[in-house]
Design a protein around this ligand. Structure first.
Ligand code: IPD
Ligand code: CA
Ligand code: CA
Length: 258
């Protein structure tokens, strides 16, 4: 495990250096599907460096990474990579973006790291060993009074074919009089729940690379993460609810409009 952790942190830090180097500088930006779903040359550069580091240490491991897709190998290990989460922020010079890397063994996430180099914040978790921000242990908030909670959400580039329009759900939380923020990076949203800045986060239609590392970080920080039916979460779920645990059921109730 020590070697896996070392490689994870090396890849995370190296990608962070690349992101910080180009931040607010000039770089090519392209559109993916839709007009504001962006990818920059920095996403690709950071991604290549991460994959190079992983492959040079573990050539037989599987990898799934947002821009290059899936490299399947016959291995119980799978690295799940988002080279820049919050690319729209990055492209606009907004310092809320990060690299996110999770590692799965068989069906279980065992390591996760999320690094925002602009804020010098490195979140890390190892299964069963807790969650950390810059090496200090973190935990979710203890707020149990839902009326005093601070929430965060995000919106997909393309509206999902969900049972209900995400804007209606957002409206219900806002009408409760709660502060609801939208940072533009799901990985940071999850980590900020893990360290107690937010009490809850929900979003529709995230991808495995957005959530893999953050999922483990929230769980190891003592939080709860489920889909909108309150079931055990999987990184392939299209509904994500992560909270401090105390306000989880109340958030589920509002999401489901019960
Ligand atoms: C996006 C961010 C954003 C979320 C989008 C994601 P990207 O990832 O996490 O917060 O609302 O759904 O796609 O495109 O910046 O890697
Ligand atoms: Ca992402
Ligand atoms: Ca991305």
């Amino acid at each position: 495990m020590a070697e896996l952790k070392e490689v994870l942190l090396e890849a995370t830090r190296e990608a962070g250096k690349i992101i910080a180097h180009y931040f607010q500088g000039s770089f090519a930006v392209e559109n993916k599907e839709g007009i504001n779903n962006l990818v920059t040359e920095v996403d690709k550069h950071a991604e290549s460096r991460i994959i190079e580091i992983i492959k040079s240490n573990f050539p037989d491991h599987s990898i799934i990474s947002e821009e290059v897709g899936e490299m399947i190998q016959d291995s119980p290990y799978k690295w799940i990579i988002d080279p820049i989460d919050g690319t729209v922020n990055f492209a606009h010079g907004i310092p809320l973006c990060c690299v996110s890397i999770g590692l799965k063994h068989e069906k279980q996430l065992i390591l996760g790291a999320v690094y925002n180099p602009m804020m010098n914040e490195l979140f890390f978790a190892e299964k069963g060993k807790g969650a950390f921000l810059n090496d200090k242990p973190i935990s979710v908030s203890k707020k149990s009074d839902f009326r005093k909670a601070c929430l965060v959400t995000g919106f997909p580039y393309k509206w999902p074919e969900s049972k209900e329009h995400p804007i209606r759900v957002f409206e219900r939380f806002i009408l409760q009089g709660l502060p609801v923020r939208r940072l533009g990076s799901a990985a940071i949203d999850l980590c900020w729940v893990a360290c107690g800045r937010f009490d809850g986060f929900w979003e529709y239609n995230l991808s495995s690379w957005d959530v893999a590392a953050g999922y483990l970080i929230v769980e190891e920080a003592g939080g709860r993460i489920t889909n909108f039916d309150g079931d055990k979460y999987s990184v392939f779920d299209k509904e994500t609810l992560a909270t401090n645990g105390y306000i989880h059921d109340e958030m589920l109730r509002i999401i489901k409009n019960k």
